[in-house]
Structures are given as structure tokens and as C-alpha cells.
Ligand binder design. Structure first.
Ligand code: CTP
Ligand code: MG
Length: 389
């Protein structure tokens, strides 16, 4: 028995040749990493593993073609048959891609929608094979009003309104003809299907998903990161010791603790804050307090360690890290930590710009053993967990 040849072949056309202006990072957003790989790689991998798709025609900006080719090689996307240069507008980019399409059916899908699923792509291909043209869409959830000059003209009946996504999938001859006529008539539309509609062609709807967002602004990236199950979470550890001395105030966690002795040190010797700073810096692989705030630098003499902690917090946020939690244990026979621990948590949390429920401080003794047991000083251990999209 001879293997039956596939009756229809399907191409995916992926426009990735925008400039990502609303994204505002000065480079094409589709190469931006989310959940461990570029947006474009997420999108292409869905098509790569969708059995209904035979080949991919990728459209990239002329100066991104090399990068796009390296990306396709790196991730071993064997379906990416060709990468063609894009144009000024999305419609120009799609027009260029259409010239290279070999399938009988073409699914046009924005590179900037990495949350598409193979199931939706497959359904749109099946639908296009029947109807000739279809768009993936979801019912509009919000009430829509027509407004002029800040005044509502009317409330539009939502029952018939759909928000249109991609893929938009067509019989290749239909969409080619629509693009040819658009070029001839110098018509630009906001989506591919509109070019078919203006010629009186039938366009049907395939249920999409509210998750299938188009990444437009950096805020969308955070949403996508959560949905793609990505994001990076890291843990760091910190440890510090200071010896008791008679002539200083005792400052722990930014709180002045009433006690007969203080801690010796260059700054305010806040052993708790120092351990926390090292845990945070360690989690982010940003060095340690010794390298950022050296003893030899006179500007840190007597300085409140809370100020330094604040700077550590800023270093982390400059690197996109958010502090998820801090847990610390202060080790000494005396003084008792419990009466001060919630005040310490609040001070530390305020410094880091997080809720105090994310900062835990507790005390323990070493049962009279070792240097802390002999009352020679205080040691502190801390762990911190941080995350970024
Ligand atoms: N696109 C394209 N060629 C263009 C413009 C856009 O191939 N000349 C692609 C984008 O790369 C994206 C999709 O079309 O995958 C949807 O466009 P959009 O989300 O608007 O992306 P950008 O145009 O890059 O973003 P912006 O409009 O904010 O500049
Ligand atoms: Mg655009």
C-alpha cells in the first residue's frame, strides 16, 4: 500500500519585521527574552511542533535577518524554510512573505503573539480549508462606547463584537488576490482579513483564547512571562558577625535596641542588615557588601546600614529583580530579639519597598556554646529570594 500524500499543504507566515516602538526599548521586541528565550523563539516553537503546519516563512527586518537565521539554527526550527525582508508597514511585510509561500493554505501569525497554541492553529487551518478565510477571535468582554471629544455618543451592542487576533488563515489563492488588489488600490488595512472582506469575500471566526495576547508594551511581557511559566527565581545567603563593645548603641534591623553593649564596626555595625544585604546581592550575583561599601571608604563610617540596604534594593531593581522574601535569624544569648522583630521587619521592608509580610526576623541562642554563647558578639544568617520576569 502506498502512503497517502497529504492533499493540502500549509504554510505559516510569521511577520516579525516591526520596530516595536510602543515597546520602547530601542530594538525589535520580538528578540526580547521572556521565560528564558526570545519572544520569536516561543512563537516559532509552537508552529514547529504543530503537525498541521508544513513550513514557516519568516519575515524579518533586513538588518535582523542574520539574527533571525541564527535563532532558527540555535533552536533547530527545521520548518523555517526561508527568511525574507519585511517592509515599512506590517502589510508590506506580509506581502513580501506571501511571495514565498508554497502551501495551499497560509496561516498568518504575528511573531509578537507567543501564547498561541498548536490547537488553535490547527483549528484555524481546518476552518480555512472549508471557508476559504478565517480569523481567530474572542468575544469582547468590556462594554464599548463610541466617543467624540471626550463625550459618549453611543454604547455599542457588545453581543456581536469580537476582538480579532492571529492567526488569520486563508486559502493562499484568496489572500494573494486580496493583497494584489490592495496594492493596486493603494489600500492599507489593520488586519489581513479586512483585505478579503473589502472584495466581498467571506471571513469566518475561529474561537481564540484570551491568553493569546500581542506583546505591545513592557507590561505585556510580565503577563506573558507568568503565562509562559517562565521568569527566574533565585536564592541568596548572607552571614555576618560583629563583636560586642561597651561604647556604642546596639542597632539591629535599623532599630535601636536597649542593651548595655553595642557592636563594634565601621558603619553602625547592624549585623542583621549586613547579612540581609549579602543575601540579596548574592541572589542577584552582584558581589557582596565588602566590594560595594568597603571599610576603607570614610563615607561609610557610622553610616546607617538601612541607607546601604536601600542602595542594594536599588541595585537589584536596576537589574529587574523583585524581592520575594527575606528570612533572617539573629544569633545571640542576649538581648531578646522577639520584642523587636516586627519593628525590624517593617523597617527592612520599607527600605526595600516591599510588604513587611515578606520579611521575617527571628532570634535564637546557641545554648551557651561558642562565641555567641559566651556573649562575645552577635552573628546573623539570612536568606533572600528574588525574581525577575
Ligand atoms: N510587523 C512586521 N513589519 C512591520 C510592522 C510590524 O512584520 N513593518 C510585525 C511585528 O513584528 C509584529 C506584528 O507585525 O510581530 C504585529 O505588529 P506590532 O505588534 O504593531 O509590532 P511593531 O510594529 O513592532 O510594534 P509598534 O507598532 O509598537 O512599533
Ligand atoms: Mg506596529
Amino acid at each position: 500500500i502506498l502512503g497517502r500524500a497529504k492533499l493540502t499543504t500549509t504554510s505559516a507566515l510569521i511577520p516579525a519585521a516591526g520596530s516595536g516602538e510602543r515597546f520602547g526599548r530601542g530594538s525589535n521586541k520580538v528578540f526580547c527574552e521572556v521565560a528564558g528565550k526570545p519572544i520569536l523563539a516561543h512563537t516559532l516553537s509552537v508552529f514547529e511542533s504543530c503537525e498541521a503546519v508544513d513550513e514557516v516563512v519568516l519575515v524579518a527586518r533586513p538588518d535582523d535577518i542574520k539574527t533571525a537565521r541564527l535563532l532558527a539554527e540555535h533552536f533547530a526550527f527545521r520548518k523555517v524554510r526561508t527568511i525574507v525582508p519585511g517592509g515599512e508597514q506590517r502589510q508590506d511585510s506580509v506581502a513580501n512573505g506571501l511571495k514565498e509561500v508554497r502551501g495551499d493554505i497560509v496561516a498568518i501569525h504575528d511573531a509578537a503573539r507567543p501564547l498561541i497554541t498548536g490547537e488553535i492553529i490547527r483549528r484555524s487551518i481546518e476552518e480555512a480549508a472549508k471557508s476559504g478565510a478565517c480569523v481567530v477571535a474572542v468575544p469582547v468582554i468590556d462594554t464599548i462606547k463610541a466617543v467624540s471629544d471626550g463625550v459618549v455618543d453611543s454604547t455599542i451592542d457588545r453581543a456581536n463584537l469580537y476582538a480579532v487576533q492571529t492567526p488569520q488563515t486563508f486559502r493562499t489563492d484568496i489572500i494573494r488576490e486580496a493583497y494584489r488588489r490592495a496594492l493596486e488600490d493603494q489600500v492599507y488595512a489593520t488586519d489581513d482579513a479586512a483585505l478579503v472582506e473589502r472584495l466581498g469575500g467571506v471571513v469566518t471566526i475561529v474561537p481564540g483564547s484570551y491568553d493569546n495576547i500581542k506583546i505591545t508594551t513592557p507590561a505585556d511581557l510580565e503577563v506573558a512571562s507568568v503565562k509562559l511559566g517562565g521568569g527566574e527565581v533565585r536564592t541568596g545567603i548572607g552571614y555576618d558577625v560583629h563583636a560586642f563593645t561597651d561604647d556604642r548603641k546596639l542597632v539591629l534591623g535599623g532599630v535601636e535596641v536597649d542593651f548595655e553593649k553595642g557592636l563594634a564596626g565601621h558603619s553602625d555595625a547592624d549585623v542583621l542588615i549586613h547579612a540581609i544585604m549579602d543575601a540579596l546581592l548574592g541572589a542577584a550575583s552582584l558581589g557582596d557588601i565588602g566590594c560595594h561599601f568597603p571599610d576603607s571608604d570614610s563615607q561609610y563610617k557610622e553610616v546607617s546600614s538601612l541607607k546601604l540596604l536601600e542602595q542594594v534594593g536599588q541595585m537589584l531593581s536596576r537589574n529587574d529583580w523583585k524581592v520575594l522574601n527575606v528570612d533572617a535569624v539573629v544569633i545571640c544569648e542576649e538581648p531578646k530579639i522577639a520584642p523587636f522583630s516586627s519593628e525590624m521587619s517593617i523597617r527592612i521592608a520599607n527600605c526595600l519597598g516591599i510588604d513587611s509580610s515578606r520579611v521575617s526576623v527571628k532570634g535564637t541562642t546557641t545554648e551557651g556554646l561558642g562565641f555567641t554563647g559566651r556573649g562575645e558578639g552577635i552573628s546573623c544568617q539570612a536568606v533572600a529570594t528574588i525574581a525577575r520576569p
